[in-house]
Design a protein. Structure first.
Length: 389
């Protein structure tokens, strides 16, 4: 394993191009592309351990479809993917030695990526790797990881393996962290069955460059990809708004491209970037191809699937309560982070004075108009960091 800087192998021009594309995928201003490239050139290639538990290899398959960066750039120039069951050349004892080496030599530096849910039943006996249960392996590798990326709906929310009656006691990474069964580390969920390839790689690149994840929502999803429902950005939305619904897959409405709500579309309850980023290098996505969204990126996927049955009511949508500090943290990650990379601890202004400072508009580079409630959320977050009530 080597720890060369990102700029060593990847030519400056290629790095700049990659960062401009990534900035666009992350909905950042185009001017941040060169800033990202400059920062990236100073970063070292991060060692990455990728653990696959109860999964179908769809997430890895999706990763190989990324175009910005493509898999080759990602593996050979941006990260050092030193342990991945499907992609690594080593096997058996050699593979396990490589994992041990990363744990001891790069403690606190390596990134841990996980796909698949973790079986907790039968004392972990449902799935073992090198004689170690999935839960124990996650615990060991999570202990000194810089951060964890849960790739796919299974790792993010349990997914298909956790569907009733959940015979293996399948769990998601976040729940195990919250319960104290595995070490608490910075965590991002990138759900989807599988996730959009560019969502995986853009989140990874954001971490490599800014050493933190992009702003997350209350379910630890990057808001840039999961901030809106599929429905809100659907190209059939005007048919929905005007009450035109296909009633069967072969009726006139279906042929005319009407809304698929009556055929079980879960777009109104599903947060994902399919309508904007699309699949297969921006070619298409399920609804454009004539199939309803089946909510593959949401918690409860399968048990709450309602395949081909129309949604009953909006009450199916369960949104967790979000505190002011959590909203403030998301706002900070969405806006402030791009100038204040080290984080809010580097501020010289007391938390309580930040809203007034921003309201006065004395920060020349500031390009956002915050509402009063946003400023209050920001102050709540900064106070929380300061240990204030
Ligand atoms: Fe919404 Fe689905 Fe209809 Fe698109 S097809 S407008 S996502 S309900
Ligand atoms: Fe999944 Fe719905 Fe997109 S089923 S792939 S989130 S359109």
């Amino acid at each position: 394993m080597e720890s060369r800087s990102l700029g060593t192998d990847l030519s400056r021009r290629a790095l700049l191009k990659l960062c401009v594309v990534a900035a666009s995928a992350l909905a950042l201003p185009a001017s941040l592309g060169p800033v990202m490239a400059e920062l990236a050139a100073t970063r070292r290639r991060r060692p990455v351990i990728w653990l696959s538990f109860q999964e179908c290899t769809g997430c890895t398959e999706s990763l190989t479809r990324s175009v910005a960066p493509d898999l080759e750039q990602l593996l050979f120039e941006l990260i050092s993917l030193d342990y991945h069951h499907t992609l690594q050349a080593a096997s058996g004892a050699a593979a396990e030695e490589a994992r041990q080496q990363i744990l001891s030599e790069y403690a606190g530096e390596y990134l841990l990526m996980v796909d698949g849910s973790v079986p907790t039943g039968a004392s972990g006996g449902y799935s073992t790797i090198a004689g170690i249960s999935n839960l124990d392996l996650l615990r060991k590798c999570g202990d000194s990881a810089a951060a964890v990326i849960a790739v796919g709906t299974c790792a993010s929310f349990g997914g298909l393996p956790a569907a009733a009656p959940n015979p293996t006691g399948a769990r998601e990474v976040a729940g195990l962290m919250d319960d104290g069964q595995i070490p608490k580390r910075p965590l991002v969920n990138v759900p989807g069955c599988p996730p959009i390839p560019e969502a995986i790689t853009a989140v990874l690149l954001h971490y490599l460059v800014f050493e933190r994840f992009p702003a997350l929502d209350e379910r630890r999803r990057p808001r840039v990809f999961y901030g809106a429902t599929v429905h809100e950005r659907c190209s059939r939305y005007h048919h929905f708004a005007e009450g035109r619904f296909a009633q069967s897959f072969d009726d006139e409405g279906a042929r005319k491209g009407w809304c698929l709500l009556a055929l079980g579309c879960r777009g109104p309850l599903t947060r994902n970037a399919c309508p904007t980023v699309r699949w297969n290098q921006g070619t298409s996505w399920p609804v454009v191809s004539g199939h309803p969204c089946i909510g593959c990126s949401e918690p409860g996927f399968w048990d709450r699937g309602s395949f081909y049955q129309a949604l009953r009511s909006q009450s199916e949508q369960e949104q967790p309560e979000v505190s002011a500090a959590e909203r403030g943290e998301a706002l900070f990650g969405d806006t402030c982070i791009y100038c204040h990379h080290p984080g809010p601890k580097s501020f010289s202004t007391a938390p309580k004075d930040v809203p007034a400072l921003l309201r006065r508009g004395t920060i020349g580079a500031h390009r956002f108009d915050f509402t009063d409630s946003q400023l209050a959320d920001l102050a709540a977050y900064l106070k929380k960091l300061d240990g204030q009530p």
